[in-house]
Design a protein around this ligand. Structure first.
Ligand SMILES: Cc1cc2nc3c(=O)[nH]c(=O)nc-3n(C[C@H](O)[C@H](O)[C@H](O)COP(=O)(O)O)c2cc1C
Length: 221
C-alpha cells in the first residue's frame, strides 16, 4: 500500500470484531512507526500495549470512573475551554455525523452518553495502546507523539488493522498509570484502539469531510 492510499483510507473505527490482534502484527506496526522523526531524535514516545485480562480490568476501572463522575486527571488540555468558530461548527458536525450514523437523535442525551462511554472500553477493541512521555520534556514532545501516532495508524492501515486515536483515554490518566504500574509522573498523551473493523457496524459506515487545500493554505512568493 502506498502512503497516499493509507492516508486516504485510514479512518477512526469505533466498533471491532472479536478477532484478536496477534503480537507479531502489533510489533510489525510499531517497528515501522519507530522511524517517525522527532526533535533532536528524542524519540519521546513510551508505549504500553494492553490486551486480554489487563484490558478487561482497565475497561472496568475506566468505565466505572466515567459512570461515577470521577474527576479527570488529564495532564493537559486537548480541547479548548471555549469553542470558537470554525472549530465549534466542525465539532458539532462531527458529533452529528456519528450520532446520525447510529440513529441517535440530537435530544437523546442518554444514548449519546452511552456512546461516549464506549470510549472508556476503547470501543471493545482487542488492543489498546497508550502513549506516554516523560514529564521533563517540553510541549514539542507532543508534536513528536502526534507524528508517531499517525505513523502507527498508517502502518496499521497497511496491515489491515483498524484504529481510533482517543484523547478520552487520557482523561483518567491516574487510573491507567496505577493499573499498569507506570510511574505517577509520566504524562499520558493519548490512547489508541486497535483491532479489526466490524464492517457491518453503522458507526463505522461514514467518512468525515475535510477542507480543500485552498481553504487552509496561503502561497507566498
Ligand atoms: C489526538 C486525537 C484524539 C481523538 N480522541 C478521540 C476520542 O477520544 N474519541 C473518539 O471517538 N474519537 C477521537 N478522535 C477521532 C476524531 O474524532 C477523528 O479523527 C475525526 O473526527 C476525523 O475522522 P477520521 O479519523 O475518521 O478521519 C481523536 C482523534 C485524534 C487525532
Amino acid at each position: 500500500m502506498n502512503v497516499v492510499t493509507a492516508l486516504k483510507t485510514r479512518k477512526s473505527v469505533r466498533s471491532y470484531t472479536e478477532k484478536p490482534l496477534n503480537e507479531e502484527v502489533i510489533h510489525t506496526i510499531l517497528d515501522a512507526a519507530r522511524h517517525a522523526p522527532s526533535g533532536v531524535n528524542m524519540q519521546p514516545w513510551e508505549v504500553a500495549v494492553v490486551t486480554g485480562e489487563t484490558k478487561r480490568r482497565l475497561d472496568e476501572a475506566l468505565g466505572g470512573a466515567f459512570r461515577e463522575g470521577v474527576a479527570a486527571s488529564m495532564a493537559y488540555d486537548y480541547y479548548p475551554k471555549i469553542w470558537e468558530e470554525p472549530f465549534k461548527s466542525r465539532r458539532k458536525a462531527c458529533g452529528l455525523q456519528m450520532y446520525g450514523a447510529l440513529g441517535i437523535s440530537r435530544d437523546d442525551k442518554g444514548r449519546q452518553a452511552e456512546q461516549w462511554a464506549a470510549n472508556f472500553r476503547a470501543f471493545d477493541a482487542p488492543v489498546v495502546l497508550f502513549l506516554f512521555i516523560d514529564p521533563s520534556l517540553g510541549t514539542g514532545a507532543f508534536i513528536d507523539c502526534g507524528i508517531f501516532l499517525q505513523s502507527v495508524m498508517l502502518a496499521a492501515t497497511e496491515q489491515g488493522v483498524a484504529t481510533c486515536p482517543q484523547a478520552a483515554l487520557a482523561e483518567y490518566a491516574d487510573i491507567v498509570k496505577t493499573l499498569l504500574g507506570i510511574e505517577t509522573g509520566k504524562v499520558l498523551v493519548a490512547g489508541l484502539a486497535m483491532g479489526y473493523e466490524d464492517q457491518d457496524a453503522p458507526v463505522n459506515g461514514y467518512r468525515t469531510p475535510r477542507e480543500a487545500v485552498e481553504d487552509f493554505t496561503s502561497f507566498y512568493g
